[in-house]
Design a protein around this ligand. Sequence first.
Ligand SMILES: [Zn+2]
Length: 247
Amino acid sequence: MLRLLCVTAHPDDEAGGFGGTLLHYARKGVETHVLCLTPGQAATNRAGAKNDDELAAMRRREFAAACKILNVTHGEVMDYPDARLYRIDFYTAVEDLTRRMRSIRPQVVITMGPEGSITAHPDHSMVSLFATMAFHWAARNNRFPEQLKQGLDVHKAQKLYYTSATFTIPERPPVFLPPITASVDAGEFLEAKIAAFKAHTSQTPLFAAVEATLRKRGAKEHFHLAAAATPRTVEQETDLFAGVAAD
Ligand SMILES: [Zn+2]
């Protein structure tokens, strides 16, 4: 069985940055998982929510609806504070993600780059750091050994990718995106990806701008190979599972 894990920061990241790739691999019979660290309770667009808890509940429902459109096998919104991931305890977040990696046992992990992806959001940067450490530490028996005593095994995922793009957004802080080493052709899923984004109805004021960005991204979703289980030179890939062994 092949398994893909996508680690994000906010409900809606899964659609905009990774939606085509999630649909592409679901179509191929890969089990797909999305872990979203925050319920997006700090969003500017609040859809009339009276407080953070109400907005979080709304956004959890929207995330579930988007995951359904994206044929995600299992999606989970965790409970970390939106817009404050750089203030939380690093070790706790990595422990949490390591536990899930050891449970889900993905061969391939996709997440954002440490620059914060095209929006340069600090939460995206932190998710990158947490997920990268969890990718490496899930494989080591001297990291979080209490999880091993509780019945989990170490897990060596085979590839870690950061999302990338062929353009940046001028209105956002300047970022240097990681060099593209893999491009997944997900053109046939573009409309479904936009529909998944629009499942996040609390974010309606963003729809026009995001749709324009997604159409600009076009058919391909681009990635950067950030780590691999075996030493290798960089090649341009069209399949994130190239060379990956099922288990
Ligand atoms: Zn985000």
